[in-house]
Design a binder for this molecule. Structure first.
Ligand code: CTP
Ligand code: MG
Length: 166
């Protein structure tokens, strides 16, 4: 595969999975917290209200659907995209877990963690399952994702989809 194709094959399911919860939570209005409201002994929520069941499930479904759409182009398939989408949603939740342990509130900025936690776990899950990621693809995705994430989040903020520009 060309470099641009392999970047798109990996990035698109991850980005779609990561963006979908924002839209779904906005559309639904009310969502159910993924951590069922659980608080840890440190006094902070396990994940917080920014991670919902509806967001998690819709993210995995939308990212997987992206893989199905890319499959006729030979870029991805349902199973690869499912692995990336699931990894993205777990990574995003892991990012919130770490933010809560640091005492950061829902929506507080955590530079790099906010932009990369979803991608790092997606890439790790993918590599453990398929093992065909090139170091160049990984490096470029890690470098390109933070600016893309910041730009799309700012756009979502301007469109009224997010309360904060990050
Ligand atoms: N969202 C969701 N379920 C998820 C992920 C995101 O419902 N699994 C929705 C929430 O409405 C969330 C919004 O998408 O507020 C933006 O996501 P994100 O920036 O990841 O969450 P934050 O609200 O910033 O929370 P945190 O501080 O935990 O990252
Ligand atoms: Mg956020």
């Amino acid at each position: 595969m060309e470099l641009a194709e392999s970047l798109a094959a990996i990035a698109l399911p991850c980005y779609i999975a990561n963006a979908t919860p924002v839209l779904v939570a906005k559309l639904l209005g009310r969502t159910h917290p993924l951590d069922f409201g659980l608080k840890l002994p440190d006094g902070h929520r396990l994940l917080g209200d920014g991670k919902s069941v509806e967001g998690f499930v819709s993210g995995v479904l939308a990212g997987t659907l992206m893989g199905w759409l890319l499959s006729p182009l030979g870029l991805s398939d349902v199973s690869r995209a499912f692995t990336l989408s699931m990894g993205s949603m777990v990574g995003d939740a892991l990012g919130s877990f770490l933010k809560r342990r640091l005492g950061l509130r829902r929506g507080d900025p955590a530079p790099l963690l906010d932009q990369l936690s979803f991608l790092v776990v997606a890439l790790a899950s993918y590599q453990l399952t398929y093992g065909d990621l090139s170091p160049l693809t990984v490096t470029l995705l890690l470098l390109l994702t933070p600016p893309i994430h910041l730009a799309t989040n700012y756009l979502a903020f301007r469109l009224g989809l997010k309360d904060r520009p990050w």
